[in-house]
Design a protein around this ligand. Structure first.
Ligand code: ARG
Length: 401
């Protein structure tokens, strides 16, 4: 009796997930392996990947087009939450995991599998995200992670695969470990492991080097409805189209690169490079529109929620009661976050240069320094007396003793 009878394996077409197929069958006694490749807008051709799974010994090879769902149900809530892990990483990789987990669990139900599997190693965040998300969606499903246990080096993995007709990468394999989807790219390993070493230009694909960016700025106007981006320069786009268009424009100006040392959940610090042009600009624009349309106390309170929310996404708690409760809070705040933000893209910077909303709380009569000022200046005096009273009392006490 093997570890499981029928397994749905998350499949990318790479060496590791390909080797998982014969490994599950021959080492772990799995009878039937069904692979599932999710299209999350990573730009890969899915048909060759589907074929490769079959050639690697899969009994069945599934492809799920999940890009629209990815944007609508994962990226947009994250934008509404202005989610940035450690204030910088817009979670482009992390957001994909709970969706892939959901697709695995659904396929397992449909095909009567008793386990699901993924190709994550034991050092990263993604294994945690998969395992915990799967447990949340179906606590009875077994989760198998061959690459976490097999202990093979890169070379050994390739050699193992060759025994089963899995071709090793034709081109000299890249020293980097790369994850990609519509929201962006995550690049690590190789020369990047030295935090003092500047990334070579070759790691970037979605963003131009500043030396190559246009010498004239571009302006983009992003329209939001209830905190969700719906238009670019006045034109309505589907969610997927909007992100890919924006990735192009923003990336062209060299905006959207991040080079950071981040704290993984498993206790390791790692050096990560990210490219997430559209996502970063959307969060920046969304936050700005909130500053126009939310009251001060909601804006300030929401910051704390955003911090927790970002950590929960990073730490694999997408499907959890606290996350659901925070979602309810965030949704409530987005009711009037509708309007437009104007952004100037130039030489690696995205500057917000204008914002407007029918729900704007900005009141010119109160804000103006001109003659039509409606603010009651005399009222300030009494306010300051009361506001400063505790400080005054404290200071008097300190000086006496
Ligand atoms: N550190 C990022 C995260 O935990 C990205 C990891 C993605 N994997 C990769 N092969 N670069 O979300």
């Amino acid at each position: 009796m093997g570890r499981a009878n029928k397994v749905v394996l998350a499949y990318s077409g790479g060496v590791d997930t390909s080797v998982c197929i014969p490994y599950l069958k021959h080492e772990w006694g799995v009878q039937e392996v069904i692979t599932l490749a999710a299209d999350l807008g990573q730009g890969d051709e899915l048909e060759p990947i589907r074929q490769k799974a079959l050639n690697s010994g899969a009994n069945e090879s599934l492809v799920a087009d999940a890009t629209a769902e990815f944007v609508k149900d994962y990226a947009f809530p994250s934008i509404q939450a202005n989610a940035l892990y450690e204030n910088r990483y817009p979670l482009s990789t992390a957001l994909a995991r709970p969706l892939i987990a959901k697709l695995l669990v659904e396929a397992a139900a449909k095909y009567g599998a008793d386990a699901v599997a993924h190709g994550c190693t034991g050092k990263g965040n993604d294994q945690v995200r998969f395992d915990v998300a799967i447990a949340a969606l179906n606590p009875d499903l077994k989760v198998l992670a061959p690459a976490r246990e097999w202990g093979m080096s890169r070379e050994e993995t390739i050699a193992y695969g060759e025994r089963f007709g899995i071709s090793s990468p034709v081109k000299k394999s890249s020293p980097y470990s790369i994850d990609r989807n519509l929201l962006g790219r995550s690049i690590e390993a190789g020369p990047l492991e030295d935090p003092w070493t500047e990334p070579l230009e070759e790691v970037y694909l979605l963003t131009q080097a500043i030396t190559e960016t246009p010498d004239q700025p571009d302006y983009v106007e992003i329209g939001f409805e209830h905190g969700i981006p719906t238009s670019l320069n006045g034109e309505t786009f589907s969610s997927v189209e909007l992100i890919s268009q924006l990735n192009q424009i923003v990336g062209k100006h060299g905006v959207g690169r991040i080079d950071m040392i981040e704290n993984r959940l498993v206790g390791i610090k790692s050096r990560e490079i990210y490219e997430a042009p559209a996502l970063l600009v959307l969060i920046q624009a969304h936050r700005d529109l909130e500053s126009l349309t939310l009251t001060a106390d909601v804006t300030h309170y929401k910051r704390g929620i955003e911090e927790t929310y970002s950590q929960m996404i990073y730490n694999g708690l997408w499907y959890s009661p606290l996350k659901a409760a925070l979602d309810a809070f965030i949704q409530q705040t987005q009711e009037r976050v509708s309007g437009s933000v104007r952004i100037k893209l130039f030489k690696g910077t995205a500057s917000i240069v204008g914002r407007k909303s029918t729900y704007s709380l900005y009141t010119p009569d109160l804000a103006t320094y001109g003659a039509d000022d409606q603010f009651d200046h005399k009222a300030a005096e009494g306010f300051i007396y009361v506001w400063g009273l505790p400080t005054r009392v404290w200071s008097q006490k300190v000086r006496q003793s």
